[in-house]
Design a binder for this molecule. Structure first.
Ligand code: S3P
Length: 432
């Protein structure tokens, strides 16, 4: 097991970084490309372990995918062109692969089994089994515990109107993808809008998807079954969830000025920027443009003294993966930060309320875990410590950044887990 040491009290970070491709968009580009007619070309695809799991699963269903250093070519076989897999589809550590694929498999005329690693196979799948079951899908938890492995059998799907109790793009996407194979329109309503990459990209591939927002903030997306999707060219923007570590590093380390290039700033993902600014962080958006329906920008980040804030409500789904990093920023800030409405943290790669709390306490932070978040009393400094990543990529990276600004050395245990979403993370950190 690899441990990575981070020397504390880093000198000002300077330079220009390009962030690897967005994980959510990379997954979807391969999935929708596989279901489309023709060859989809993807550039700046994220070569992280999670997205490679998606590629592996579609190859196991007969889709030819060329993965070269400068582009991916997905030779799609149409909406009804997947072949029955002869193996269990291995989704690794990836919740997105598992849940979105379950929605696609529900509509196939062949049986299949999906299974991942120990973390993945302990995450809740009832949230997709329930709505897919209502559509007529036959999907069962093999061990009867509501988790993967999942066995999917052919079933006739019907359009439904589903009120999701959680704002989850994975749940929304699973239902919409099954909706491609249903006999009528399918609508998903969620309490607040979660990331909308599925809706944007499926529309680009030719599906009929309509999004709307009700006055009380609830968001709906509807899809109509279609005959075919058509191949696209997709340029994946840099992942704001990966950029978050370098934005935070630039804000925390005195004397820093970093230019972070080509970051996806879709409003359903960009809550981290708002919270950093609310805390006093100086982040300038430059060179804003739209690429493939997704807004992108270069971000110029300068060292800033930070103060506490409250993070709650509708903003939570737009920064759910960045909360470990926000907790670290809060520990270095002046005053108290309250994070609430974030019970979803408990069902990520680890229970992130627990893993953030344990590691911040180890560094001398003051944190109180709550049922749906955490309260952090900023102390302005942290001490280097041994960090348990528990194989959670976002915990490893958030605490590596915490270590940069700490007194003394920080050691990140099982640091190789960064490969899930950001294989070059430690090399890029060294470079700046
Ligand atoms: C993702 C959605 C989020 C996020 C995950 C990726 C996606 O999960 O935490 O890292 O690509 O749809 P939920 O939709 O379950 O909140």
């Amino acid at each position: 097991m690899k441990t990575t040491a981070i020397a504390g009290r880093a000198a000002g970070l300077r330079g220009e970084i390009t962030i690897p491709g967005d994980k959510s968009i990379s997954h979807r580009s391969v999935m929708f490309g596989a279901l489309a007619r023709g060859t989809t070309e993807i550039t700046n695809f994220l070569q992280g372990a999670d997205c490679l799991s998606t590629i592996r699963c579609f190859r196991d269903m007969g889709i030819e995918i060329e993965n070269t250093p400068d582009r991916i070519l997905v030779h799609g076989r149409g909406l009804r062109g997947l072949a029955a897999p002869s193996v269990t589809l291995d989704t690794g550590n990836s919740g997105t692969t598992t849940r979105l694929l379950a929605g696609i498999l529900a509509g196939q005329p062949f049986p299949s089994v999906l299974s991942g690693d120990a973390s993945l196979n302990s995450r809740p799948m009832k949230r997709i089994m329930e709505p897919l079951g209502r559509m007529g899908a036959r999907i069962a938890s093999v061990r009867g515990n509501g988790c993967a492995p999942l066995a999917v059998s052919p079933g006739q799907l019907h359009g439904i109107r589903y009120q999701s109790p959680v704002a989850s793009a994975q749940v929304k996407s699973a239902v919409l993808l099954a909706g491609l194979y249903a006999d009528g329109e399918t609508t998903v309503t969620e309490p607040t809008l979660s990331r909308n990459h599925t809706e944007l990209m499926l529309r680009g591939f030719g599906a009929s998807v309509v999004s709307s927002q009700t006055d009380d903030g609830r968001a709906s997306a509807s899809i109509r079954p279609c005959e075919e999707l058509y191949a696209q060219r997709i340029q994946v923007p840099g992942d704001i969830s990966s950029a978050a570590y370098f934005i935070a590093a630039g804000l925390l380390v005195p004397g820093s000025e970093l230019l972070i290039k080509n970051v996806g700033v879709n409003p359903t993902r960009a809550g981290f920027l708002k919270v950093c600014r609310d805390m006093g962080g100086r982040i300038e958006c430059l060179n804003e443009k739209i690429a493939g329906g997704e807004p992108t920008a270069d971000l110029l980040v300068s060292y800033s003294p930070l103060h506490g804030t409250t993070v709650e409500g509708d903003v939570i789904p737009t920064l759910i993966d960045e909360i470990p990093m926000i907790a670290v920023l809060a520990a270095y800030a002046e005053g108290t930060t309250v994070i609430r409405d974030a019970a979803e943290l408990k069902v990520k790669e680890t229970n992130r309320i627990d893993t953030v709390t344990e590691n911040l306490l180890a560094m001398g932070g003051r944190i109180t875990p709550t049922d749906d978040g955490m309260i952090i009393d900023g102390t302005g400094s942290l001490n280097g410590a041994e960090i348990n990543s528990y194989l959670d990529h976002r915990i490893a990276m958030a605490f590596a950044v915490a270590g940069l600004a700490a007194e003394g050395e920080t050691r990140i245990r099982e640091s190789g887990c960064v490969d899930v979403s950001y294989p070059e993370f430690f090399r890029t950190l060294e470079q700046i």
